[in-house]
Design a protein around this ligand. Structure first.
Ligand SMILES: [Zn+2]
Length: 465
């Protein structure tokens, strides 16, 4: 029998949002804990470990403190004396989900229950990727890191940085203002920046330059600057994939965001030189792409949006609004044809085939039809539909997100020595994708949260009961 090796070395975290130390939890947070023994063994589980390796049945995972101590076949891993042994036969364990486009919104506004909703859904790290109220996100990040609130580790982006044409955001007039605003929010402690559709080349270049000076990375929901152009300016990540990339707009003018351009992409040839040139630029410069299929689906007729469980969580008055908004959307010019949605999926698949790094997030920014956490889970099914294997999808949703954030030494795979962030799912995830919704326990930093209790509190917060 192999001797279990306990790894006690604390891994160095470079990112401030991913604290190495588990805090002392407040009474409020302790009320959501289901497993808090210092040594825990999860036995008889199927493991999909996030590395892209095939699933393994009949495994034991040992957690010691906030770390994964051992993962291996039942019988080959010693269960330490005094460990709380939990037999999870029939369950699948994956790493905690790292959601890269995970706003603290229900619609376009900050909503304090959303961190709980993410955690309950198995999302243990989020990057907010656009913030309507960055100070509230920063405060929430502190409250979670200090153990006063339950939630995922939060990588907070600054306010949306855009250009004229986005009156709800910071409309940067040019490079001087871009530099000043970026420097200000870097000092305020944001972890990343997100730029938005109407930002100009010059402003984007200034944002990137200033952010990098502070050791901070930049992503974007682009339009007036195309993917290839943004890569040339030094951007670190691009959001949404094909439907936000103006590389293939005929006669596109510099700094112009041609509304509705994506409709022209239905017949785009993914083998074309133009598409390959985008992929080459991204891959050669190590720029990953963030897939947000869950939010795109909300614009596609005939798709199961909103999910009934999402409606059940919302206040009654809001439910009607969500249904009405969905109907209205599908009749508007924002609707996405099924064939275009399929093209967007194929684009992401081709990017990965070419060697690109794809991560994922939910983007719960629209009309309330796609919820934080729930949409991350839905991404699992949509990425399968895209053509990826279950092991690849888990990797995209966990390890790849960690890589983008530069925290893959610490989280993202079920590897001894890493932080014990993992999701225990009731069911055979590989055989039945929908079981991604049946979260039994979510471990973050080695303690197990009860998703049912978290969801109940979300419902109370949303409905004021
Ligand atoms: Zn967004």
């Amino acid at each position: 029998m192999l001797k279990t090796v306990f790894v006690t070395t604390l891994l160095a975290f470079t990112a401030s949002f991913a604290l190495a130390q588990r805090p002392d939890f407040s009474e409020d947070v302790r009320a959501f804990l289901r497993v808090e023994a210092s040594v825990v063994a999860l036995t008889n589980v199927t493991v999909i470990d996030g590395t892209g390796a095939a699933s393994k049945a009949g495994q034991t995972i040992v957690i010691e403190g906030d770390r994964i101590a051992a993962v291996g076949a039942v019988g080959s891993v010693d269960i330490p004396d005094g460990a709380e042994a939990l037999d999870f036969s029939g369950h699948t364990v994956i790493p905690g989900i790292v959601g890269l486009h995970d706003h603290t919104y229900l619609t376009g506004r900050y909503e304090p229950s959303t961190p709980r909703l993410y955690l309950a859904s198995g999302v243990t790290t989020i990057r907010t990727t656009g913030s309507a109220e960055p100070l509230k996100d920063i405060n929430a990040r502190h409250a979670i890191a200090e153990g006063r609130e339950p939630g995922p580790a939060m990588c907070v982006t600054g306010p949306y940085l855009s250009g004229p044409g986005n009156p709800g955001m910071k409309e940067l007039s040019g490079p001087d203002e871009a530099q000043r605003v970026t420097a200000y929010w870097a000092e305020e402690g944001v972890d990343w920046f997100k730029v938005y559709m109407h930002i100009s080349h010059d402003a984007l270049e200034a944002v990137i330059k200033e952010a990098h000076k502070h050791g901070i990375k930049v992503t974007g929901h682009l339009c007036s600057v195309s993917f290839r152009e943004a890569v040339a300016l030094g951007i670190d990540n691009v959001e949404h994939g094909l439907l936000a990339n103006t590389d293939y707009v005929p006669d596109k003018k510099r700094d112009d965001c041609p509304m509705g351009f994506e409709a022209g992409y239905v017949d785009l040839d993914l083998q074309s030189e133009a598409v390959q040139a985008t992929f080459d630029a991204l891959i050669e410069n190590d720029v990953p792409m963030t897939s947000t299929l869950a939010v795109l689906e909300a614009f596609v007729p005939g798709r199961p949006v909103p999910e009934q469980r999402a409606l059940d969580l919302l206040p009654e008055s809001f439910r009607e609004q969500v249904r009405a908004m969905r109907t209205q959307l599908l009749e508007s010019s924002y609707a996405i044809l099924d064939s275009l949605f399929a093209k967007a999926m194929a684009y992401e698949y081709a990017f990965v085939q070419a060697g690109g790094l794809l991560a994922a997030g939910v983007d719960p920014s629209g009309f309330g039809g796609v919820l934080p956490g729930f949409g991350d889970q839905r991404n699992y099914e949509l990425l399968l539909e895209t053509g990826f294997s279950p092991a690849q999808v888990v990797q995209i949703m966990t390890a790849n997100g960690a890589k983008v954030l530069g925290i893959d030494d610490a989280v993202g795979t079920l590897t001894p020595g890493k932080q014990a962030d993992l999701v225990v799912i009731n069911g055979d995830l590989e055989a039945q994708p929908e079981t991604i919704r049946n979260v039994a326990v979510v471990f973050r930093q080695g303690v197990g949260y009860d998703p049912a209790r978290l969801l109940k509190s979300v419902k109370q917060m949303l409905r004021g009961q």
